[in-house]
Design a protein around this ligand. Structure first.
Ligand SMILES: Cc1cc2nc3c(=O)[nH]c(=O)nc-3n(C[C@H](O)[C@H](O)[C@H](O)COP(=O)(O)OP(=O)(O)OC[C@H]3O[C@@H](n4cnc5c(N)ncnc54)[C@H](O)[C@@H]3O)c2cc1C
Length: 395
């Protein structure tokens, strides 16, 4: 059996699901190749305002907003015991004229809302069988699924994650590297209100980051050494509650960890190219790095916006090769600068080398002392290239 589509989206994680809806919103017929995920995603995602705008435009935000909490202050505290320690730095959205930087949303309700919207979109056809082989010709991308179905499309978006089969079959290589870190992910309730503030403690093992959820609840991403994971997972809940409260310096009062704890080994990946032929890489297929500063999925959603813009500018999926070349050029700076920035910050946490500590502490001290520089960093964190856009004359 062979089916023909304008766009094939491979992978049904957050990036692939948004990509399928975004392509259908352009009026294109979409093949969504998305096997059911092996487990529930216990993480939360801090979505910056540009990402929230995208979800609103796709009609999904209203369904997930009640499960989300606004992020109005992002605070960095040095939680190391090193000789050189950085001063606290707080970034407030009001300093750059915004009500909130964005919203923290649990991944699973977000994914469920995206899948429900996809099921109601006539232009999207879902295939639950995984991709087993892909090949590109001058005119199409041909995708063979495990169940024997062949899907043919004018363009493909590879959103099948770090180990992407589509990326491999179209010949794009990646650079990968790992860190001696695993992120433990959990939600907790607390006695004191979080006041829409996220606090990122920088520790010798990496970030320990609390992010607000609705009510007196928060999510936590706690980077630990891989050999500490089993010990922490085996802790009696009372002891774990106390450990989290102590590491939070009791700023949110008494802590009660809820439900399961998930462990995510940390590594980075960057593709040598973000597209070739008729195929573009979106989300973690093209780039991945540790969860510092809420960048990963936000970067992936910018890939999707740029992919749509490039396809439209080129004249639609039939002109995919021109769109793919433009997409690669446009994404390069944003992706490489975020990947390098997060990698550098993470390494400065892990390194006990004094000059490296001085660099990190000095950088944060400058940000703490200079409001204009802090505002610049906030604007760049929210919208890459905002200064370039501001300088361009209106069309
Ligand atoms: C602890 C942690 C906290 C994070 N917090 C944030 C945050 O606050 N803000 C932020 O912006 N980012 C955050 N991130 C990053 C964010 O979670 C990821 O960028 C995002 O989940 C990646 O989504 P994805 O769809 O690109 O990849 P994935 O979720 O990996 O999806 C890939 C999909 O492809 C499917 N697939 C695989 N092989 C095939 C195949 N052969 N055929 C078809 N389908 C296939 C898989 O089943 C899967 O569904 C965090 C990451 C971690 C680890």
């Amino acid at each position: 059996m062979q089916e023909h589509y304008d766009i094939a989206v491979v992978g049904g994680g957050l990036a692939g699901s948004v990509a399928a809806l975004a392509a259908a919103a352009e009026g294109w017929r979409v093949a969504f190749i998305a096997p059911q995920p092996p487990r529930q995603d216990g993480r939360t995602t801090a979505l910056l305002s540009g990402s929230v705008d995208l979800l609103s435009g796709l009609g999904v935000w209203a369904a997930v907003e009640p499960a989300s909490a606004p992020l109005r202050t992002m605070r960095i505290l040095d939680g190391t015991t090193r000789l050189l320690r950085a001063p606290p730095v707080s970034f407030r959205s009001s300093e750059i004229g915004l009500d909130a930087f964005g919203y923290n949303i649990p991944n699973q309700p977000l994914l469920d809302a995206l899948q429900a919207a996809i099921a109601e979109t006539p232009l999207i056809e879902r295939f639950e069988s995984p991709l087993v082989h892909a090949a590109q010709s001058a005119d199409t991308v041909d995708l063979d699924l495990v169940d024997g179905t062949r899907v043919t499309a004018l363009a493909a978006l590879a959103a099948d994650g770090r180990g992407s089969k589509l990326r491999e079959d179209v010949g794009i290589r990646v650079r990968t590297w790992s860190y001696p870190q695993t992120a433990l992910v959990m939600n907790f309730s607390h006695g004191i209100a979080h006041a829409d503030t996220s606090t990122e403690f920088h520790t010798e093992q990496g970030p320990f980051t609390q992010v607000p959820l609705p009510g007196k609840r928060s999510s936590l991403v706690w980077a630990v050494k891989p050999d500490q994971v089993d010990t922490i997972l085996a802790m009696p809940r009372e002891a774990l509650n106390l450990e989290v409260e102590t590491r939070m310096r009791s700023i949110l009062g008494k802590v009660e960890v809820e439900g399961d704890i998930q462990a995510w080994p940390l590594s980075s990946l960057i593709a040598h190219s973000f597209g070739t032929g008729r195929t573009m890489l979106v989300g973690e297929t093209g780039h991945a790095f540790p969860p510092i500063g809420a960048q990963g999925l936000n970067l992936g959603l910018r890939d999707i916006m740029q992919a749509m813009a490039a396809l439209k500018a080129a004249g639609g999926p039939a002109q995919a090769p021109a769109a793919v070349r433009a997409f690669h050029r446009e994404r390069w700076l944003d992706v490489t600068s975020r990947t390098a920035g997060v990698d550098l910050l993470n390494r400065t946490l892990l390194s006990s080398f004094l000059p490296v500590q001085a660099l990190r502490a000095g950088g944060l001290a400058v940000l703490s002392a200079l409001p204009p520089l802090r505002a610049l960093a906030m604007r760049e964190g929210m919208t890459p290239g905002w200064r370039k856009a501001r300088q361009q004359p209106a069309a």
